[in-house]
Design a protein around this ligand. Structure first.
Ligand SMILES: [Zn+2]
Length: 486
């Protein structure tokens, strides 16, 4: 668990409501998702984590579960998956092969990288795979209860959704011999044997043992069923689930009226939007994967980015132009040593090609009066390479490129650079270099804009760049002298 003071107010208030309605614990906080494509819904997991932390801070024992719905049927083919996977439609994600052959199943192909990111974030969470819960009998009792009360469950579904359910509707979906979970009709319940008799699409009769995971509960029923089977006391939901007639409306009534289990505490979160792209959605391929985001920021910043000030409100994530400001605010709030993110970006890029990059970077930072960790620089460099607007991308030109760029300068500018090269001393501080660049321009009657432009041209191949003094001071003296001697 992280520092108690890091628990935000909304999470503390939610935990208080959960404690009032469900007692002092032990609490079971659950969050879950169907691993049918790239998993990006970090906001839900982080909301659950924050409330779990807030409950712990109140002194409660908490079990924090990520319920991966691996038994769910394949309903659509994720972007990038071969069309031949149509043959697995309706099969459990845990029994469909990995489209790229690198993991145990289709489910694991998407779940395992997400699990790794959760570990990297230091999250204290238990990942449960629903097919294993069914196979090990965790859901046997609740499945028997559900099938035994089919009529009640159907009535609730019809009342809440306003749709009429077919006469043959069952809360249980047995798996046919082909592996298909959909379209099989339950005809008899052998409650003493934990089995159902069913007829598949082709009219073949089969038997499924629900204590061995030979099927699953339909998802609306399963939601309520797992609250009781796992003893859940809190679960967050996105607004798509909590809309009127949505899955929480049916699950709440099923839980209370059929399973006689109190509805877990709840927090309704709004979605994350990506600047310029819209709402995050795996089916539309609009996703930000945690593993990619951890390349450019530490776990604490990722939590802050996805939760915003209040996850009940929508936020727009900007990983481009707005990102440096976000990182500066994050560092200030987290009490980390203040070093402007844009300065880290400059330092990281200026030193990235050098074999002694880290020690040069440290020198450059110290000259500016800053300190940073190798991780800070790695994040800044990755951001510069993967997300930064073109104007912020810097690379010190090699001698040939620099000579070519110098060809665009006039004689006055070239003479200015030579004069500066002659006056540059070893170990000059950033401010001293800034002053030297400026005063030399004034002495030679050169407008500062043209003077500084010449410096950026031979070093970066651009007409402008980061503040020249500290930037030049941070570069190895030999390189600067070489590039300026045109
Ligand atoms: Zn894989």
């Amino acid at each position: 668990m992280r520092d108690e003071t890091s628990v935000p107010g909304w999470a503390r208030r939610t935990a208080q409501r959960v404690a009032e309605s469900h007692g002092g614990g032990p609490h079971v906080v659950v969050t879950g998702i169907s691993p049918s494509g790239n998993i990006h819904n970090l906001r839900e997991v982080l909301v659950a984590e924050a409330v779990a932390d807030a409950l712990k801070a109140r002194g409660s024992e908490v079990r924090f579960i990520f319920h991966a719905d691996t038994v769910d049927p394949l309903r659509r083919i994720a972007p990038g998956v071969p069309e031949s996977f149509e043959q697995y439609m309706g099969h459990s994600l845990s029994y469909v092969p990995d489209p790229e052959g690198c993991h145990a199943s289709y489910a694991d192909h998407f779940l395992v990288p997400f699990e790794e990111s959760l570990r990297e974030m230091g999250m204290d969470i238990e990942v449960l795979r629903s097919h294993e819960l069914y196979e090990s009998g965790v859901y046997t009792g609740i499945t028997r209860e559900a099938i035994g009360q089919t009529e009640e469950l159907r009535r609730i579904l019809e009342e809440v959704s306003g749709r009429e359910m077919p006469e043959s509707w069952s809360p249980y979906q047995p798996r046919s011999a082909s592996g298909d979970l959909t379209g099989n009709r339950v005809v008899e319940h052998l409650a003493d044997e934990n089995r159902v008799v069913f007829v598949d699409r082709e009219g073949n009769q089969g038997v499924a043992d629900y204590s061995k995971g030979e099927g699953k509960l339909g998802w609306r029923v399963e939601l309520a069923a797992r609250w009781k089977a796992l003893g859940v006391t809190f679960e967050p939901f996105g607004k798509d689930h909590t809309s009127r007639g949505g899955s929480t409306d049916t699950a709440d009534r099923m839980s209370l009226e059929v399973f006689h289990y109190p509805v877990p505490g709840r927090f309704e979160y709004e979605w994350n939007y990506i600047k310029g792209q819209g709402a995050m959605s795996s089916s539309k391929g609009i996703v930000l994967l945690p593993e990619d985001l951890l390349r450019i920021m530490p776990p604490g910043a990722l939590r802050r980015l996805f939760l915003g000030r209040d996850p009940a409100r929508a936020i727009e994530i900007d990983l481009g132009e707005g990102f440096p400001r976000f990182m500066d605010e994050y560092r200030a709030e987290a009490g980390e040593p203040p070093v402007p993110f844009l300065h880290l970006v400059t330092v990281a890029q200026a030193t990235s090609a050098s074999p002694r990059g880290w020690s040069e970077a440290q020198k450059m930072l110290r000259r500016g009066g800053y300190e940073a960790t190798p991780d800070d620089l790695r994040h800044a460099r990755n951001w510069a390479e993967e997300w930064a607007p073109e104007a912020l991308r810097l690379r010190v030109l090699d001698p040939e490129e620099s000579a070519e760029a110098a060809g665009t300068l006039d004689d006055e500018q070239r003479a200015y650079l030579a004069a500066v090269a002659g006056k540059l001393g070893p170990d000059m501080e950033g401010e001293a270099v800034q002053e030297l660049l400026y005063s030399t321009a004034v002495e030679r009657g050169l407008k500062p804009k043209r003077a500084f432009g010449a410096v950026y041209t031979v070093l970066l191949g651009k007409k402008s760049g980061p503040k020249a003094g500290p930037f030049v001071a941070g570069l190895p003296e030999g390189i600067v002298r070489d590039r300026l001697s045109v």
